[in-house]
Design a protein around this ligand. Structure first.
Ligand code: NOJ
Length: 565
């Protein structure tokens, strides 16, 4: 298969939220030098690639997802020299580096927007989405151009009184959306991508990008109203009032993704492909379209190899459109079994799956499913077919922090208080050791350290063979040792449909090697059938690595990996 030996297929991605990972200068906010000091831990853990959330210069209205300069580092996080040191050290340790890139919007303090808002005839006016007030009575600032809503609450339009027009923002008013129909915008963003692809010692640069809100890049050319959402409930976010028909997943988006991919492909070299991960929250059938369409596979002499049997089609979209469906699925064996089947079946030829259990926008895994099932979930994530992404601290079983009212930071919570929009709880500092600030900072942390942090620190868990950290290390090591887990097929996924049987089962095989996964997601012991083999690992650290034949009786919430004879 054409895609068989790409580094990103075998990789496990680890997400770092840089504000919260490691502070090196005592200001209470994590930074790049802090990350450098912890690279040894990450290499030892056994992950392969780091994705670091934004560290660009930013007014921090959305903690870095409001970019004021695409080609620099905010002093809060360090300098370009610190970035160079980080990428050099990461590469020296064999870790790939994936930059978070934010193409949909800039900060309102970005020089492009400052120019754009300066007058209606400024050359950069068309770089953003400006619209006249709707016709009708009342002051101009109340006559919104249409009914589009911001993901962070309220209308997606803000009035600029100096020029008498509204500008569009999918998120905060401080995050104006770029106009991706404008060719100069595309060229400017592509040039910023090139900057990072070439930045760093030896000009090797970043190994890929995680593209923020990729499915939102293009909005309806006619600015039509979104249709009402019949399922919207008054006590939920005002964003849900309408269905984002004209503001999300527009057909033209795929063309832009293909342009980005082609730029990345022009940087492929002996160290491998440059990767595009897309942040995309869509149903499976729409999500998989972000793999792109098949393009001819050409030999260097120009001959088309597409129809030659050994070559699968080359896709021109994101190599990994993030699959967040495990975060949203009910934690029930049949629901997850069905999800795995549906996702695998929807994948276009030549596409490679990926799975995610947490990120900086979602309630933490251990809080969602509980501490014990979080272990079974880890086994699931690291044994499914495809590239897994881990969220920092999940390997320790970190839970959501409790944020006192007067310490809330997240604008999503401040704009719509009390309806569960806040993302601070999943962003509390990484828990390194048992000292007062968990080894994260010598100063006062920007978000409180979790109350129970001493239960889940690297220091505590490192010594404990039954800890979550030891389980993750064991799972990551097994992936490396067994090609069936790394690259093998997945099959015999059960249960599915409306079965109540709580044991999720599937097999992985690369031909020579067959591995059976049995994950009891229920509260009772269960006996599951299993061919003869040997248990390689259990989520229950006290289970002996015995031989099995015919069946395994699993403890409540226990998962096992069995190497079949
Ligand atoms: C998605 C990011 O993951 C989220 O943290 C951010 O607030 C929005 N995009 C806006 O950039």
């Amino acid at each position: 298969m054409d895609t068989q030996d790409k580094w990103w297929q075998k990789a496990v991605v680890y997400q770092i939220y840089p504000r919260s990972f490691q502070d090196s200068n005592g200001d209470g906010v994590g930074d790049l030098a802090g990350i450098v000091s912890r690279l040894g831990y990450l290499a030892g853990l056994g992950v392969d690639a780091l994705w670091v959330s934004p560290f660009y210069p930013s007014p921090m209205a959305d903690f870095g997802y409001d970019v004021a300069d695409y080609c620099n580092v905010d002093p809060l996080f360090g300098s370009l020299a610190d970035f160079d040191a980080l990428i050099a050290r990461a590469h020296a340790l064999g870790l790939k580096f994936i930059l978070d890139f934010v193409p949909n919007h800039t900060s309102d303090q970005h020089p492009w927007f400052i120019e754009s808002r300066s007058s209606r005839d400024n050359p950069k006016r068309d770089w953003y989405l400006w619209r006249d007030p709707a016709s009708g009575d009342g002051p101009a600032e109340t006559r919104l151009p249409n009914n589009w809503m911001s993901h962070f609450g309220g209308p997606a339009w803000t009035f600029d009184s100096d020029t008498g027009q509204f500008y569009m923002h999918s998120f905060l008013a401080q995050q104006p959306d770029l106009n991706w129909r404008n060719r100069e915008v595309r060229a400017a963003i592509f040039s910023a991508m090139r900057f990072w692809l070439e930045r760093g010692p030896g000009g090797r640069g970043v190994d890929g990008f995680r593209m923020d809100v990729l499915w939102l890049l293009i909005k309806d050319e006619l600015f039509r109203d979104n249709p009402p959402n019949p399922g919207w409930q008054e006590d939920s976010s005002s964003f849900g009032r309408s269905l984002p028909l004209y503001t999300a997943n527009r057909p033209e988006t795929h063309q832009i993704v293909a342009e980005m991919r082609s730029l990345l492909d022009s940087y492929s070299d002996s160290a491998g492909e440059r990767l595009m991960i897309g942040e995309i929250y869509l149903p499976i059938d729409e999500l998989v379209q972000y793999y792109g369409s098949s393009v001819p596979v050409l030999r260097s002499d120009g001959r088309d190899l597409t129809n030659v049997a050994i070559t699968s089609p080359r896709l021109n979209g994101a190599q990994l459109p993030f699959n967040f469906h495990l975060i949203q699925a009910p934690w029930k064996a049949s629901a997850i079994g069905q999800l795995i089947r549906d996702y695998e079946a929807a994948m276009p030829p030549g596409a490679w799956p990926n799975w995610v259990l947490g990120n900086h926008d979602q309630t933490r895994l251990a809080t969602r499913v509980g501490p014990e099932l979080a272990r079974t979930a880890a086994m699931l994530l690291l044994t499914l077919r495809g590239t897994p992404t881990l969220y920092y601290g999940d390997e320790l079983g970190m839970t959501d922090g409790i944020i006192p009212q007067d310490e809330i930071q997240d604008p999503a919570e401040k704009n719509q208080p009390g309806i569960g929009m806040g993302r601070d709880p999943e962003r509390t500092p990484m828990q390194w050791d048992n000292s007062a600030s968990a080894g994260f900072t010598t100063g006062s942390p920007w978000l409180p350290i979790a109350h129970d942090f001493r239960l889940h620190t690297v220091e505590t868990e490192d010594r404990d063979h039954a800890s979550m950290l030891s389980l993750y290390r064991g799972l990551l090591a097994l992936r490396r040792e067994h090609t069936a887990l790394l690259l093998g097929e997945i099959y015999d996924v059960t249960p599915a449909g409306d079965s109540e049987f709580p044991v999720l089962a599937y097999r992985r095989s690369d031909g020579a090697e067959r591995i059976q996964l049995l994950l009891n997601l229920g509260e009772e012991p269960q006996t599951a059938s299993c061919l003869a083999g040997r248990i390689l690992l259990s989520t229950n650290a006290s289970r002996a690595p015995v031989r099995v034949s015919g069946g395994v009786t699993l403890d409540p919430r226990e998962g096992v990996i069995v190497l079949l004879d």
